[in-house]
Design a protein around this ligand. Structure first.
Ligand code: PMP
Length: 404
């Protein structure tokens, strides 16, 4: 199965629009990806033809909607090589990490340690700070090297029998660094720690098998994976989920409720209190099914080629600083332009129809590590083309000319 980027693009209605009279060149997919027709249609179809609350009714629409909701769970499970009962729907990666942190936190004591890395997104830092503030848990951060790779020696030095949890991103949303998870997870398990992997970026650009990785928890958001907002996935090993107390209380997550006592449903439903994001789950199911129908290795190769082309096109730009050049990195280019604020660079690029991000990318500790207050970031997705890569390079040279 070859990868035909034009055939893929044709499935994304938004990609044919213009910005400031120029064709849109969308290089902000690491923040949120655009949606293919398959996702849009699945959500419209559900609303127009087959919608009701899930797990509740005995009527046809309730049963059809429940089937579609559970089929989406199966899609997510198959995407990552999990069993269906190990997949919890959340509202996003952020909620998934909060759920795990709150659950694990219930049995942590003052002085217990959580080991993170300097390259984590705030979503994988702040929930652990809650445990520091509320329980006296100690946070440690493994260092990042100058090239953007994780300093494994620092990770090893900080890991001890006090480490109860390790939280690490699979791929950095700024540096593009792909962390050596198999090694990190084995080290963490040897030390007796539970491992949570933030897979928000990697799920889009890597082929992920949670069983091979041996991760205890793996989280990602639907909206970066060409699906809707408001839905994400928490994978947890069956025994890890079974050991976790519920996060929110309400309908659907209970076994029985009386005025005196409650019992809980088994995972995954134990963690899905209340009416879930039904339409969003159906949309995510459609996006995953669409994504899985592609030649995934060809997708990875296409994205890597785009990144290499851009990096090559910018090789002579002595005014450019690229943040993160670790070998094997994903298609994410964080950069600064000498003498220019990242926001200004982004705004000028926008005039050329090029959408990039600028700011701290919700990774302030990492910005500080590289002595930055902000950076611009171009991120590539499967629908980007070589022509777009070249147009971005050209627009960046023109933008730089404003500041020279
Ligand atoms: N982790 C990483 C690496 C991310 O890139 C993001 C989104 N920028 C998140 C966590 C948070 O995801 P969400 O906002 O969808 O919950």
């Amino acid at each position: 199965m070859a990868f035909d980027v034009q055939a893929v693009r044709a499935q994304f209605p938004i990609l044919s629009r213009q910005v400031h009279g120029k064709p849109l060149i969308y290089l902000d997919s690491a923040a949120s990806a655009q949606k293919p027709r398959a996702v849009i249609d699945a959500m419209v179809q559900a609303m127009e033809h087959s919608y009701a609350n899930v797990h509740r009714g005995l009527h046809t629409l309730a049963n059809e909607t429940t089937d579609a909701y559970e089929a989406a769970r199966r899609q997510a499970a198959e995407l990552i090589g999990a069993d269906i009962n190990e997949v919890v729907f959340t509202k996003g990666a952020t909620e998934a990490i909060n759920l795990v942190a709150a659950g694990l936190g219930a049995s942590l004591q003052a002085g217990d340690e959580v080991l993170l890395t300097e390259m984590e997104h705030h979503a994988n830092i702040v929930p652990w700070h809650f445990l520091r503030e509320r329980k006296g848990v100690v946070l440690k951060f493994a260092k990042v090297r100058d090239d953007g790779s994780l300093d494994i020696d620092s990770f090893k030095a900080l890991l001890s029998d006090k480490t109860k949890v390790v939280g690490v991103s699979h791929m950095s949303n700024v540096l593009g660094t792909v962390n050596p998870l198999a090694e990190l997870i084995a080290l963490a398990h040897d030390a007796g720690a539970v491992v949570l992997v933030d897979g928000c970026q990697a799920i889009v650009h890597e082929i992920v098998d949670v069983k091979v990785l041996d991760a205890d928890f793996y989280v990602f958001s639907g909206h970066k994976l060409y699906g809707p907002t408001g839905i994400g996935i928490l994978y947890g090993k069956a025994e890890a989920l079974a050991a976790l107390p519920p996060y929110q209380g309400g309908g659907e997550m209970i076994g029985q409720v009386s005025l005196e006592a409650i019992t809980y449903a088994d995972p995954p439903h134990r963690f899905e209190a209340g009416t879930p994001p039904i339409l969003e789950a159906i949309g995510l199911g459609a996006s995953i099914s669409w994504f899985r129908s592609l030649d995934r290795e060809a997708v990875v190769a296409h994205e890597a080629a785009l990144y290499a082309r851009v990096r090559d096109g910018l090789s002579g730009a002595n005014w450019l600083r690229v943040i993160g050049e670790a070998p094997g990195k994903g298609p994410i280019l964080a950069f600064t332009v000498e003498g220019a604020h990242a926001h200004d660079v982004a705004q000028i690029l926008d005039r050329y129809g090029v959408a990039v991000r600028a700011g701290t990318h919700c990774a302030e500790p990492l910005m500080k590590r590289f002595d930055l207050t902000s950076s611009a970031r171009a991120s590539f997705a499967l629908y980007n083309t070589e022509e777009e890569a070249d147009a971005f390079v050209e627009a960046l040279f023109k933008a730089q000319a404003f500041f020279a």
